[in-house]
Design a protein around this ligand. Structure first.
Ligand SMILES: [Zn+2]
Length: 252
């Protein structure tokens, strides 16, 4: 199996796009297409030709460039139902091949109801859209907290050495909030410092390892005794604690 080359590039104010390239087959995939010119210049910079475009959800900052990118590259577009121009509609539980790698489609509604995440088990890569971010999770625009908690639980169950590629650089704000609900978590304190250092150098904090998220991302930790004590929710369900954490973040 060929290890894919991964190239992450920023676009708009805080989005990330990602290119995956197999140098043996010359195939290239991109996750999301919010900005055609940023995507096309990333492809040009690497000298890669786009063959596969994987869309996570219908928000404009993830799809606005898809038609221009399609017309310039003739890539095949995979995405959820309801987006005009998708060549192959996929949904939770589907699998397809990218350059000899199985791509598993996870349906993770909550931020939007159409949200798909793409997991490449052979490469330990997961593209989590606006569901899971470094130290954060997406806002609940279309789904409720129970729906989002169920979606995050699917990601929690991936192998802990999986690299999590969320779609946004929200990490510094996420770290501040995380410390407000989990102030005595030493690993979180250390991560927050590392994140400040990276951002001071304008370096990305994406991707992150799932194992680090499991220890420091409060949205994945509603079972944590210290967080529960701080929220005074010792006997609540994980789903109820998650809902409270999400509500606090919305008002933070
Ligand atoms: Zn979104």
């Amino acid at each position: 199996m060929t290890t894919l080359d991964v190239f992450q590039f920023p676009y708009m104010s805080d989005n990330y796009g990602v290119l995956l390239h197999n140098k043996d087959t010359s195939e290239t995939a991109m996750i999301d297409a919010g900005d055609a010119s940023a995507a096309l210049s990333a492809l040009k910079q690497r000298g890669w030709s786009l063959t596969h475009l994987l869309l996570t959800h219908h928000h404009a900052d993830h799809i606005a460039g898809m038609h221009e990118i399609k017309s310039k590259t003739n890539c095949k577009i995979y995405g959820p139902e309801g987006i005009d121009g998708v060549d192959e509609v996929v949904g939770g539980g589907d699998r397809f091949d990218f350059a000899g790698n199985e791509v598993q489609v996870l349906h993770t509604p909550g931020h939007t109801m159409d949200m798909l995440n793409f997991y490449l088990p052979d490469q330990s890569l997961a593209f989590t859209g606006d569901t899971l971010f470094t130290l954060g999770c997406g806002r609940l625009f279309e789904g409720d907290a129970a729906t989002m908690w169920n979606s995050l639980s699917k990601l929690i169950s991936l192998p802990s050495d999986t690299w999590i590629y969320g779609s946004h650089e929200y990490t510094q704000a996420n770290a501040k909030f995380a410390l407000s609900v989990d102030p005595n978590n030493k690993l979180l304190q250390q991560r927050a410092e590392q994140i400040d250092t990276l951002r001071a150098d304008n370096k990305p904090t994406v991707p992150s390892k799932l194992s680090d998220e499991l220890k420091t991302n409060p949205f994945l930790r509603p079972d944590d005794a210290d967080i529960r004590a701080l929220l005074n929710m010792q006997d609540a369900t994980d789903e109820a604690v998650f809902a409270e954490i999400r509500k606090r973040k919305d008002n933070f």
